[in-house]
Design a protein around this ligand. Structure first.
Ligand code: HAM
Length: 419
């Protein structure tokens, strides 16, 4: 399109097979999550910038480099949400959806925005299915979230995935670990670390473990491990989660470098990764974030959650079929269009899906419309059929056809579809 508008870099139009995969994910998520007591919530896409700075952390890549932030007409800074957790917690606190002594479970589905370098599986506007469980400190909550996530993924037909786990510790053990990690990092040749990690090593050493640069990864391979430095309570919590997962025959890998890219995590963190979608391997990630709700103005309750990246899941679900239409009803003459309209309406009321033509044309162009629609059966209404109160049913897969009385059309189509 020479004079037309183009979509922005890293932004996509969703249609066809990818859209079909999105619909399948959304329907499956709603079905699976509701069985665990999760309710849907839709917070706005735009929030005050400070909400994300406070929750995600000012030293994270997301806040430092990736947010779409701009002033509104009154000069207040706003940000298109780079993730859902902060907005969901703000919404729960603001609307009184969380109360001490009870557990609130919510999920949200929608677009997120990060100014990253676009590549396969990495977009500037991407979509997440995001779950949060607020008010439960128990390891049952962590384990239940992971089971629910894996059940959801399994129902999408995704089996070749790996669950990675780590435990980041709590405020009691994290400070001592930070010191250990800092002294380890100080012993390294600073110039060998990437530019970002040189800063990270000073202001937020945990972030160095998360660096994707091969050299930084190599240098930190022998760094002190979080799990070796968890306090007894954190260890107990982590082991309880592992036991619950084992009780469900769920396998996992421990990843000592799994610190997640957002600062709010404590204790159990996890990711689900695939080696089939290129460099961007994480299809889902999450963990516990006790303290975050209180930090955002809500009651001081614990919480945990996860989010799946829908674009990445869609890459794995290449097989997701666009729902095919049951019929395409073709009225072959203009005077038969109204009769075709009535027949098609009757079929739709009985649960069949289908399209009709709005005007007649050459058989060739009409049949092109039918094949383009992807309908399984073509219902032909010509003058011969109309005079005999019949209709011809043509199987678009194998070309077989038969005639049927119009009053028996629904039954005949139902039987033909069931074959
Ligand atoms: P996250 O790991 O930043 O976590 O994102 C979760 C998932 O979103 C990733 O595993 C990935 O599949 C997808 N994702 C992230 N960035 C992109 C991108 N640029 N393009 C395509 N997909 C992407 C969070 O956002 C946390 N809020 C998850 C959470 C919820 N933790 C607790 N509750």
């Amino acid at each position: 399109m020479s004079n037309g508008y183009k979509r922005l870099k890293g932004f996509a139009d969703l249609y066809g097979q990818e859209m079909a995969a999105f619909s399948q994910m959304e329907n499956t998520a709603k079905a699976v999550f509701s069985r665990y007591g999760f309710k849907e919530l839709r917070p706005p896409l735009l929030e005050a910038t400070e909400l994300f700075q406070r929750s995600i952390g000012t030293e994270t890549d997301v806040v430092k480099k990736e947010m779409f932030t701009f002033p509104d007409r009154k000069g207040r800074f706003l940000t298109l949400r780079p993730e859902a957790t902060a907005g969901v917690l703000r919404a729960c606190a603001e609307n009184g959806l969380v109360r001490s002594g009870s557990v609130t479970r919510v999920f949200t589905i929608g677009p997120m925005f990060r100014y990253e370098r676009p590549q396969k599986g990495r977009m500037r506007q991407f979509h997440q299915i995001n779950c949060e469980c607020l008010g439960a400190e128990s390891p049952f909550a962590d384990a239940e979230l992971i089971c629910m996530l894996l059940d959801f993924l399994k129902r999408l037909g995704l089996n070749k995935l790996t669950l990675k786990l780590n435990s980041l510790g709590c405020k009691n053990c994290r400070a001592a670990y930070h010191e250990k990690l800092s002294s380890f990092l100080q012993q390294l040749d600073e110039n060998e670390l990437c530019e970002d990690c040189r800063i990270r090593a000073k202001v937020n050493p945990l972030r160095v473990l998360d660096c994707k640069q091969a050299k930084c990864r190599e240098l930190t391979a022998e760094a002190p491990k979080l799990l070796d430095n968890n306090c007894p309570d954190c260890q107990k919590h982590f082991n309880a989660v592992l036991e619950l997962l084992a009780s469900q025959n769920i396998g996992w890998e421990i990843d000592h470098h799994l610190v997640r890219g957002l600062d709010y995590y404590k204790r159990v963190t996890f990711e689900v990764v695939s080696d089939e979608i290129g460099a961007q391997t994480a299809v889902a990630g999450g963990g516990r974030y006790d303290g975050l709700l209180g930090q955002l103005g809500g009651p001081d309750l614990p919480g945990a959650g996860f989010a799946c990246g829908m674009e990445r899941l869609a890459l794995l679900m290449a097989e997701a079929a666009e729902p095919g239409l049951d019929f395409y009803l073709l009225a072959l003459e203009d005077r038969l269009l109204a009769q075709g309209f009535v027949l098609a309406e009757n079929l739709r009321r009985q649960g069949f899906s289908g399209e009709i033509n709005y005007r007649s044309g050459s058989m060739k162009s009409l049949m092109r419309q039918v094949s383009h629609s992807g309908a399984k059966f073509c219902l032909l209404l010509g003058s011969e059929e109309a005079n005999a109160a019949q209709i011809t049913v043509k199987n678009m897969g194998n070309g077989e056809q038969f005639s049927v009385e119009q009053i028996n059309l629904a039954t005949a189509l139902g039987q033909a579809l069931a074959k």
